[in-house]
Design a protein around this ligand. Structure first.
Ligand SMILES: [Zn+2]
Length: 252
């Protein structure tokens, strides 16, 4: 039997089993994810006492009257008590994925490499210099852009349009941003801010001697509606800043 044929048969069997399963359900399939959420929360607080008491409470609260039938059905499917119902029965509803209830629609995000960019907020690059790549990510209502090079994402440069007003002269501002973004809050004695002038840009570099993350902000003196932020690492940041300089000089 060839692979394709075998797959067709397996698909058909799966579909038949699924129809049978759905027909066997003791109440609306869309209520099951709610039950599992409820169990998830209650079991954390009360634990399982080897009965299906929490499940029964849920049924009562949701006006489900065929309790005996439900409990029998759950047991038949591997759920003899509340913790087993969550552990063994929830997976049987994977076919509902994404669950039809209680979910906000998932954001569809797509990524693509682009070669040039001109935005309505005045960011323009016609040619992305090697070794950088420019990536456009598209979500439901928004597009975002970042530059990167190399295989790992250890160095990225993000284009930002929403940021708080600069307090360029205030080191503390950049230090606090570094702390906010890294969530690191100790061994900060050596946290320093350096400033560089690169063409039309003022570049702020926040780093420590103890931690890997290095944050670099590039503010364009002529256009304050966007800025570039580089995330890099202590061991490589000097080389990365050289590449950054190339990138900045390619922006029109
Ligand atoms: Zn249990």
């Amino acid at each position: 039997m060839d692979k394709k044929k075998r797959k067709e048969i397996l698909d058909k069997l799966y579909k038949e089993k699924l129809i049978e399963f759905r027909q066997s359900l003791p109440f609306d399939e869309n209520i099951f994810p709610k039950l599992f959420d409820y169990l998830d929360n209650e079991l954390i607080i009360y634990g399982c006492n080897h009965t299906s008491l929490i499940t029964e409470t849920f049924l009562q609260k949701n006006g489900i009257l065929n309790v005996i039938e439900v409990i029998e059905w759950l047991a038949k499917n591997g759920g003899y008590c509340d913790c087993e119902i969550l552990a063994n029965v929830e997976d049987l509803f994977d076919y509902l994925n994404p669950p039809k209830i209680n979910t906000t629609p998932k954001k569809e995000v797509s990524k693509q490499k682009i070669n040039s960019l001109e935005t309505d907020f005045g960011f323009c690059i016609e040619r992305v210099p090697s070794p950088w790549n420019l990536i456009e990510t598209t979500a439901t209502n928004s597009k975002e852009y970042f530059f990167q090079f190399g295989k790992n994402n250890n160095c990225t440069v993000n284009l930002h349009t929403h940021f708080s007003l600069f307090e360029n002269d205030n080191d503390e501002h950049w230090i606090n941003l570094w702390i906010d973004e890294t969530n690191l809050n100790y061994n900060l004695e050596n946290l320093t801010v350096e400033r560089l002038k690169l063409g039309d840009y003022t570049v702020f570099i926040a780093k420590t001697k103890d931690w890997t993350p290095v944050k670099v902000w590039c503010a364009n003196k002529k256009n304050s509606s966007w800025l570039l932020k580089m995330n890099t690492e202590l061991s490589r940041h000097k080389g990365d800043i050289k590449e950054l300089e190339k990138l900045l000089s390619s922006i029109l």
